[in-house]
Design a protein around this ligand. Sequence first.
Ligand code: SF4
Length: 301
Amino acid sequence: MALATETKFTLKDYKAADPRWCTGCGDYGILVALRRFMADKQLNPASVVNISGIGCSGRIPHYMNTYGIHSIHGRAIPVAMGISLARPDLQLFIESGDGDALSIGGNHLIHGINKNFNCVFVMMDNQIYGLTKNQTSPTTRQGLATNTQPQGSWLKPINPVQFAMGLGASFVASTAEWLTSHIVEVIEAAYAHKGFSFVHVAQRCPKFNPTAWEAKESNWYSFLQHEKGVKADTKYGPDAAIIEHDPSDLGQAFKYAMMDHKHFGVYYQDTSKACYDDIVRSATDKAVKQPRSGLLDRFKI
Ligand code: SF4
């Protein structure tokens, strides 16, 4: 990772309140990675906004010494979109959980991806509703007993990576909370991408879903590496294979996403997709420059 030449901000400049997640929660790794990325990149905390919905993931803005909005259930995306239209100079990071992103906020996620406004969307996937204590979420694996489906979760889970690619997301990546250096690399690639960068993060919830993301075998995940994506390194996972994958190859990206074997890295990137915030700003500029209409003149508005 290329560090800024002059170090003005250090890790402590991004720290706010002490986290209050359960012991061993994977959210800690994501928080640390976000702070590390921002310090590496020397992002001015006063120009960063973290926006969340509800859930354990929703606490991130409280723990970052940046601007932040802990919004309401599933509504982080429209809040962020409003900011992106009004203040394109700010750097937007959205943190959302599997329930918040794919269930409560599913409609907003569809349109956030489609509108491709500029932000980094971090989906923290612990495959359960943790804050409300153990309900089936859209990514809960089939058969897992929860408070809402004690006989075992009925449905096959939604695959977030397939979901995002199927909607035409311009950037889709996946990483894991225990691979801190890898998350930082992936967030850096997502941040460099102009548009809606969808970053799926596998996250453990030892309190309510301790068997999620549990290794059923050694070598249960591989890294996707490419000069256009992120580098992979055996230090991230000594047993993990490294596969060359060109992120412009959507067909191959789907094949990797559909396998039971997990893949971490950049699946897909399309740098040609237009951004809604740019389109709106351009249309507004044109409208302002147009001659006043007769109606406006007549009423002297
Ligand atoms: Fe983390 Fe799960 Fe505890 Fe929430 S309930 S803080 S996700 S361990």
